[in-house]
Design a protein around this ligand. Structure first.
Ligand SMILES: [Zn+2]
Length: 299
């Protein structure tokens, strides 16, 4: 994906810039500044807390681990149905449905996923306090059923699926329709909206009128690109994926919707695209934390 190396380069450049600014500041620095400067998680410096390799932690806890390819989530279980899951980059793990702060970021170091050493104790304590029988099925992710309207009479030779995020923490088809109505006569620019548990249920798929009325010459208004608005199916996930990755429920519904559309319209996996890849340079949509490579592989 061509925008990734660029984004990484920009991130690296901005880190250097920040460090440079701090180190060349002419005034004497306040005593607490070096500590504050060391705080950003992005800095690949030495860990501020002791860490252990993820697989050592898993072995120590007697768990077996697998990876959910779409979300990148590590899911570990034992014979008693205890479940511990985590996402690289987070500061917490989910233990039998409960969030546990592990006191530092779970991160990659030289190709090895490292977890704060204190995590072992916190996870054990939570496992003791929250038996699996009472656990919420945190990772039993089932896609929400597709609403019947997705099967609308379709008279276009749809070529692409274009994935978006709303870049808002909350929302749904109704609220986006209200804001898009200010710009476009037909309102909601996307064909489908996948909820995040705010205005609609997590993973709920809503069908927009540009999909159901596609036979009336109404194009999408999502890509900022005429061809993709005419022949690209716009799917928006509610959330700001520059801030946090989409949830497993949303991804499960997106996968199900994409598969259904791909099958029906003979759209190959390579034609499932991100908004930023059809409108290069002018948008980050759907955010840098959208796990596109693993998602595309899972289709
Ligand atoms: Zn977009």
């Amino acid at each position: 994906m061509p925008t990734r190396p660029l984004a990484a380069a920009l991130a690296a450049a901005s880190t250097i810039l920040v460090v440079g600014c701090l180190s060349t500041r002419p005034r004497p620095q306040p005593a607490r500044l070096p500590k504050a400067a060391a705080a950003p998680a992005a800095a690949p410096a030495a860990p501020s807390v002791p860490e252990v390799p993820y697989y050592d932690l898993v072995a120590e806890l007697g768990l077996s681990s697998r990876i959910d390819l779409a979300s990148g989530r590590r899911i570990c279980r034992d014979a008693r149905k205890n479940e511990v899951s985590l996402v690289p980059g987070d500061r917490f793990v989910t233990v039998n449905g409960a969030r546990v702060d592990v006191g530092g970021r779970i991160r990659w170091t030289n190709g090895v996923l490292m977890v704060p050493a204190a995590a072992s104790r916190s996870i054990r304590a939570r496992l003791a306090a929250t038996p699996p029988a009472k656990a919420a099925p945190a990772t039993a992710v089932i896609a929400a059923p597709l609403p019947a309207a997705w099967k609308t009479k379709a008279n276009r030779r749809w070529r692409w699926i274009v994935i978006h995020h709303s870049a808002t923490a909350k929302g749904g088809a109704k609220s986006f329709h209200a804001s898009h109505k200010k710009k476009w006569r037909h309102g909601l620019g996307y064909h489908f909206v996948i909820g995040n548990g705010t205005h609609t249920r997590n993973g709920e798929v809503e069908v927009g009128s540009r999909w159901t009325r596609q036979g009336q010459g109404i194009d999408g208004a999502h890509a900022g690109n005429k061809r993709y608005n005419q022949l690209g199916i716009g799917v928006c996930l509610v959330g700001d994926f520059n801030e946090r990755a989409p949830g497993a429920g949303q991804l499960a519904s997106l996968r199900q919707l994409c598969r259904a559309l791909m099958k029906r319209f003979e759209i190959p996996r390579s034609e499932v695209r991100l908004h930023r890849d059809v409108r290069r340079g002018s948008t980050e949509c759907p955010g840098k934390r959208f796990p596109f490579q693993s998602f595309q592989r899972s289709l």
